[in-house]
Design a protein around this ligand. Sequence first.
Ligand SMILES: Cc1ncc(COP(=O)(O)O)c(C=O)c1O
Length: 257
Amino acid sequence: MLAADPDTTGSLGMAISEAVEVAAKADDTHYSLGSVLNHVMLHQTVIGQEALIQMEDAGDYPDIVIGCAGGGSNFAGLAFPFIGENLKKGRTTRIIAVEPAACPTLTKGVYAYDFGDTAKLTPLLKMHTLGHDFIPAGIHAGGLRYHGMGPLVSHAYELGLIEAQSYPQNPCFAAAIDFTRTEGIIPAPESSHALASVVYEAEQCKQTGDAKTIIFNLSGHGHFDMAAYDNYLAGNLEDYAYPEEKIKASMANLPKV
Ligand SMILES: Cc1ncc(COP(=O)(O)O)c(C=O)c1O
């Protein structure tokens, strides 16, 4: 990969390939996925189960549930129990997955079988994908720079159980700075995508005069992302346009199934 592009920004797809390679070469090492696969999603639903009880304690219920989505695990963890409530109890909570405009897997990808990693070492997964060799622009939300999306999240999107939105990184950092100033918590650049959507949806409410309860997942803190905040505050962050040509090129390399 470095031979092809010595200045490559890397990608999560490459990182997975590297990790699998290391694990496969050592007898005492195994590779465990942190996102994407069904069992990870199931595990993470503890988030949504707790959120349901927290809402009950608060005497409220969300009209909108929002999470950022890279491989889909923090989003699914919060959202799936609320999808369950929609299906079982006829509730109408809107559920929104938020991704970067630079890596728009749900909003612009195709629903097809693809590899989970760049070097094609994983089994094929049916998911929304931009192509396993798609390398997203070097945005600061590294955890959202994944070409695919969890099969369960992709399936839920196909069934119309969830919505998806994408945002460029500048409005995400703007929302994160507001959140930091009001809550005293510095969000991870990944989580800032969920916040951009929260701000957008709250602004919509202001315009329509509707009072809505919005719940979102703060998937991580940004304590190790000071350079990213520094760049944003210095006005140095680039918003990347929809990488149509790069995605088209990667689509040509999807496995034929
Ligand atoms: C803070 C944070 N949020 C979100 C994500 C995206 O992963 P997922 O979509 O699996 O929750 C990552 C990935 O590294 C992350 O570090």
